[in-house]
Design a binder for this molecule. Structure first.
Ligand code: GDP
Length: 329
């Protein structure tokens, strides 16, 4: 109850054995580090609370061998109490049995006291694996965990599996799925985005967390990775440009009031138009437009996006308030 509705962000915790890739994932997703540079990262050796100015609250906690968090000295409530999802990273290029055993123990504890937490298993570093090996490891890990859960009587525990790598978009895609489960009223948002898309002739629309470029919602049309990548890259371009021209850039003189939210569009060589509009401090809406008639109606697109923006902020303020009411009960 002490949190203001708008501050109630989805909370995520990243866990796994040392060297499994936790810091790399955090650096690539939240700090724009090029994947190759993670080779020189120092491995996490302690609980690391990384504060991130994003739509979600995200922490990397490393629990190396000597740090046994399931012992009574650790305050479980402090660790899991307000968590939305626990992301467990398994290094698929290494022997994973130890990690799977620890994960099983963790899931059983979490299920016992905090059954509402989603456990999201990232079978990670799959870039180095052959298609066949990747498939086999996935099957094997899923089997080992579901068997253990079934034995303990948790048939429908919320545990999900993803194949990830920092060398492609898979880790962003996986995070997007993880976050979407924590968004209150996701289906309302998806319907709003779908209606907007139908009215404006958008082929695909993503609502992004600008900092991480994780998408927190999209229209209900099939996922289109190429469109996602284009939109994601376009955010980078716009962020770079707006930094260059930003209000407090040392070389820039103030020229009157600035627009609150950035709006931008570009037409690519194949006539595809990308349209971007900032929604609030954290979120921005990016759409792919291929229909030539739709491209002509920029004014209509802007107007509809503004209407969507109002609806979006309304949905969020209501749903967080409701969550808060629940918390206060
Ligand atoms: P942490 O101890 O769990 O934080 O692990 P680090 O983030 O320090 O990563 C350990 C090593 O794994 C580093 O050398 C990373 O470059 C490497 N790594 C992380 N993610 C990936 C990945 O997706 N693919 C590959 N091939 N290597 C990765």
């Amino acid at each position: 109850p002490s949190v203001k509705p708008r501050d109630a962000k989805p909370r995520l915790l990243l866990m796994g054995l040392r060297r499994s890739g936790k810091s790399s994932i955090a650096s690539v997703v939240f700090h724009k580090m090029p994947p190759n540079e993670t080779l020189f990262l120092e491995s996490t050796t302690r609980i690391q609370k990384d504060s991130i100015h994003s739509f979600m609250d995200f922490q990397v906690w490393d629990f190396p061998g000597q740090l046994e968090y399931l012992e009574p000295s650790f305050d479980l409530e402090d660790i899991f109490g307000s968590l939305g999802a626990l992301v467990w990273v398994i290094d698929a290029q290494d022997d994973y049995l130890d990690s799977v055993a620890r994960l099983n123990r963790t899931i059983l504890t979490v299920q016992q006291y905090y059954p509402g937490i989603n456990v999201e298993v990232f079978i990670h570093k799959v870039d180095g694996l052959s298609e066949e090996y990747r498939h086999d490891s996935y099957q094997d890990i899923v089997q080992r965990i579901t068997d253990e859960l079934n034995d303990a009587g948790y048939e429908n525990a919320p545990v999900h599996f993803y194949l990830t790598s920092i060398y492609d978009y898979s880790v962003f895609e996986a995070f997007s799925k993880v976050i979407q489960k924590l968004i209150p009223n996701l289906s309302t948002l998806e319907n709003l985005i779908t209606t907007l898309g139908n009215n404006c002739g958008f082929e695909k629309t993503y609502l992004f967390d600008v900092l991480s470029k994780i998408y927190i919602a999209s229209d209900t049309r099939p996922v289109d990775m190429a469109a996602y990548e284009m939109c994601s890259d376009y955010i980078d371009v716009i962020v770079d440009i707006s930094e260059l021209y930003s209000w407090d850039h040392p070389l820039r003189k103030h020229k009157g009031d600035q627009m609150q939210e950035a709006e931008s569009h570009v037409v690519l060589h194949d006539e595809t138009m990308l349209h971007l509009m900032e929604m609030n401090k954290y979120l921005c809406l990016v759409s792919v437009i291929r229909n030539p008639e739709a491209r002509e109606k920029k004014g209509l697109i802007d107007m509809n996006c503004r209407t969507f923006q109002e609806a979006l902020n309304d949905v969020f303020s209501r749903s967080w308030e409701r969550e808060e009411d629940h918390a206060a009960e």
